[in-house]
Design a protein around this ligand. Structure first.
Ligand code: HEC
Length: 153
């Protein structure tokens, strides 16, 4: 009998803990309901363009690769007010941040040129360089952006 009672108490404890944690989660969600940056949508488009490029590399459709690469190089910019918010946040790292964006720009241009020459191996290595440029910025800035613009508000 004592055993059964212990199980009951344990079960009540588990349910209590679950209720508490869902409560905490709701609170946390309420706290992170910040409007996504326009940058986030721009980045999602960059991701889609990268997928389209891998698909067209597989098909050796160099013409389409050459058409999509500049969309990545010359991606649209967030509105001025958001740009200012971003620059204020990155502060002393603004040069570093812009430099990463320039690297993506250059890599996108090189990818286009390789595709125009229909040079498959060069396209593949230019694409790898482009991916490196995305990763480099993400490794330095994605988490701080998310913490600053979405979590600590
Ligand atoms: C100069 C910095 C920088 C460069 C370069 C960069 N990104 Fe990003 N990216 C970010 C930041 C900052 C975020 C987080 C934005 C946010 O959560 O609002 C992000 C987020 C993303 C996301 C996630 C979006 C989402 O829905 O949460 C994707 C996908 C993405 N980037 C794709 C790319 C691709 C592809 C490239 C290269 C072609 C690239 N990015 C280059 C800074 C950069």
């Amino acid at each position: 009998m004592r055993h059964k009672r212990a199980i009951k108490i344990f079960a009540a404890g588990v349910i209590g803990a679950l209720l508490l944690s869902t409560g905490a989660m709701t609170w946390a969600n309420g706290n992170t309901e910040a409007e996504p940056l326009a940058l986030q949508k721009i980045m999602q488009d960059q991701g889609i363009h990268m997928q389209q490029i891998t698909d067209n590399i597989s098909r050796e459709n160099w013409q389409l690769v050459a058409k999509i690469a500049p969309l990545i190089a010359d991606h649209s910019q967030p509105p001025l007010v958001e740009k200012m918010r971003i620059l204020r946040f990155v502060g002393g790292d603004a040069g570093k941040y812009k430099n990463y964006d320039n690297k993506t720009y250059q890599a996108g241009q090189e990818l286009r040129q390789a595709a125009e020459r229909q040079d498959g191996p060069l396209v593949v290595s230019a694409f790898a360089t482009l991916q490196q440029s995305c990763l480099a910025c993400h490794q330095d800035f994605r988490k701080p952006f998310q913490e600053h613009f979405y979590e600590n508000r």
